[in-house]
Design a binder for this molecule. Structure first.
Ligand SMILES: Cc1ncc(COP(=O)(O)O)c(C=O)c1O
Length: 381
């Protein structure tokens, strides 16, 4: 069992529950809860407004938090990037689309949009195109394994392409979308915006290695409080999104929680977390493959036992051939197995029928996966 599990009060207080919905939101380690409690009980104040110590300390902590986010994302040079706090990935992507992209769009421009990804990474780009008028939305090409098809993507890029919207880890199939191959495929000049909602806190996110221009993630999926998220924006293609980054009173306790969460994740070891989650995902997919009633969605080659290609980052989605996914969700909930059952907010090139998604994190255990497999196996016929 992962000893890090002991850091999660809600998890340890509920040994009969297996929380398997971390792609929706993660549980919070004690250090995050303590950081928020300490802040609110020893120095709560608004930021960038006061002349007294609590306010000044809060302002300083928020400025430091921007650097904390940069370090978390592998950005070695604070002078070259901006970090802007938002409520989460949805608001972050929408902010980039509305405040950065839309004013730069001209008639005849193009945006490449991933229509089999999360709706939060589709609708803002459509809205930006509508705001600007006469802008073409070009669907991102996928291959049979639900990866981006980089050969076809390279062919789709033109001198009018103004942005490529991409996802780091897919929220339904759990696959890493090979973003390290995107820059080579599309050339040096096209801005790439990365939705890191499912990768941040699960696998290392390195904006330098991936060579993207924007990265956005949600605090509540990375062990921080709900209502906080971050946009990282590279300066390379013009000024950062909001110089200075102030837009009204910031979510101070959310930002405090985010720093504590990123500290916790880094101390735990991001590679260790990724390996743990992947191993639990493999255990589940291998188990499901032994049962004829279940169809696991996504790249099948990564499911072969012993396959070196295990690219599911702790997210496994499946259907039962006869039991509806919502019914299956209720059955599993009856056994304390908390999974997600529905259409998962996927865009219109995504799955047409609902499914059950299991998503793990460092506090989950092989025993929990075996418990789940045993309930699923009783329904295998
Ligand atoms: C890939 C992806 N992008 C964006 C979002 C939206 O995140 P939020 O609801 O935190 O804004 C989600 C949420 O599940 C997601 O999985």
């Amino acid at each position: 069992m992962s000893s890090l599990r002991d850091d999660f009060p809600l998890i340890t207080a509920n040994p009969d529950v297996a929380y398997l919905d971390s792609a929706a939101t993660s549980q919070k380690p004690r250090s995050v809860l303590d950081a928020v409690h300490t802040y609110l009980t020893t120095g709560n104040a608004n930021a960038a407004r006061g002349t007294y110590p609590w306010a000044n300390r809060t302002t300083a902590r928020i400025e430091q938090a921007r650097d904390r986010v940069r370090r978390f994302l592998g950005d070695p040079d604070p002078a070259r990037s901006g970090v802007h706090f938002v409520s989460g990935t949805t608001e972050g992507l929408r902010t980039i689309a509305r405040d950065w992209l839309a004013p730069r769009l001209r008639a005849g421009d193009e945006i490449i949009v991933p229509f089999a990804d999360h709706a939060a990474n589709i609708e803002p780009w459509q809205e930006a195109a509508a705001l600007a008028g006469d802008v073409r939305i070009v669907p991102m090409p996928y291959d049979a394994a639900h990866d981006y098809d980089y050969r076809r993507l390279a062919e789709l890029v033109t001198e009018r392409t103004r942005l490529i919207a991409a996802t780091h880890v897919h929220h339904v199939y759990g696959n890493d979308m090979n973003i390290h191959r995107m820059r080579t495929a599309v050339g040096p000049d096209i801005p790439i915006c990365l939705d890191a909602a499912q990768s941040a806190g699960h696998v290392p996110v390195d904006v330098e290695a991936l060579d993207v221009d924007f990265a956005v993630f949600s605090g509540h999926k990375t062990m921080a409080l709900p209502g906080i998220g971050a946009i990282w924006a590279r300066n390379r293609r013009g000024p950062v999104l909001v110089p200075g980054g102030w837009a009204g009173s910031p979510n101070t306790s959310g930002i405090i929680s985010l720093v504590a969460a990123l500290d916790w994740l880094e101390a735990a070891g991001q590679e260790r977390i990724a390996a743990w989650n992947k191993a639990l995902g493999v255990r589940l997919t291998d188990g499901l493959r032994q049962m004829s009633s279940y169809e696991v969605l996504g790249c099948q080659s990564s499911l072969a036992p012993g396959s070196p290609v295990q690219r599911r980052e702790g997210i496994v989605t499946f259907r039962h051939h006869a039991i509806g996914s919502n019914d299956l969700g209720f059955i599993l909930a009856g056994d304390g197995l908390m999974v997600r059952a529905d259409g998962h907010c996927q865009g219109d090139q995504g799955e047409k029928t609902s499914s059950v998604r299991v998503s793990v994190h460092i506090y989950n255990t092989p025993d929990e996966i075996d418990r789940l497999l045993s309930v699923l196996s009783a329904l295998d016929r």
